[in-house]
Write a protein that binds this ligand. Structure first.
Ligand code: 5GP
Length: 195
């Protein structure tokens, strides 16, 4: 069986990654979401094992030490990481896997998985991003200020990605994201390492 593709989706929080990915998953039956490990506390709507594996700093440190993580980063004061074994298993089973990770993590994946496809989700502007984060209201004020400051820094990584989707209209951006996935499935890969 043909091994699945690896899509890495990054961008500042509030750019709309989660909404876009929800739409993408609703439209596409061959995608699987890689559930990350994090030390951040769960938000009310979040479920263990679906959105994240919520772990203590000790459990996270152990996973890191044991080399269980494909990549990891500290984001907004918490640790996040991608369990490698699960991603590889899903790809072997033929699923195309989507990582929703920060720019530092994307940078690490680029070095380790050269066949991965990197997609950057941008907000139309930093002003719009600030408005969206405030409207979401899930963060404490201190977290929110930190996320805004980080967003500007994260935008600087844009050039490391293969594609950019500017999330102005959710409809248009969702179409673009889906088009990228479809196009990548049609790509003829020279010297494939993944077949
Ligand atoms: P949130 O706390 O809003 O769910 O996520 C904050 C940031 O952490 C987002 O940019 C998200 O993409 C990123 N993130 C989530 N999981 C991972 C992961 O496993 N690794 C890395 N490097 N970043 C992650």
């Amino acid at each position: 069986m043909k091994q699945g593709l690896l899509f890495v989706v990054s961008g500042p929080s509030g750019a709309g990654k989660t909404s876009l990915l929800e739409r993408l998953f609703a439209q596409d039956d061959n995608l699987r979401f890689s559930v990350s490990m994090t030390t951040r506390p769960p938000r009310p709507e979040e479920r263990e094992g679906r959105d994240y594996f919520f772990v203590t700093p000790e459990v996270f440190a152990q996973a890191r030490r044991e080399g269980q993580l494909l990549e990891w980063a500290e984001v907004h004061g918490y640790f996040y990481g991608t369990p490698q074994a699960e991603v590889e298993k899903l790809q072997r089973e033929g699923w195309d896997v989507v990582l929703d990770i920060d720019v530092q993590g994307a940078h690490q994946v680029r070095e380790r998985a050269e066949d991965a496809i990197f997609i950057f989700i941008s907000p139309p502007s930093l002003e719009v991003l600030g408005e969206r984060l405030r409207a979401r209201g899930t963060e404490k004020e201190t977290d929110l200020a930190r996320r805004l400051a980080d967003a500007e820094w994260e935008m600087g990584f844009r050039e490391e990605f293969d594609y950019e989707v500017v999330n102005d209209s959710l409809e248009v951006a969702a179409d673009q994201l889906r088009a990228i996935v479809v196009a990548e499935r049609c790509r003829i890969r020279r010297n494939p390492t993944n077949q």
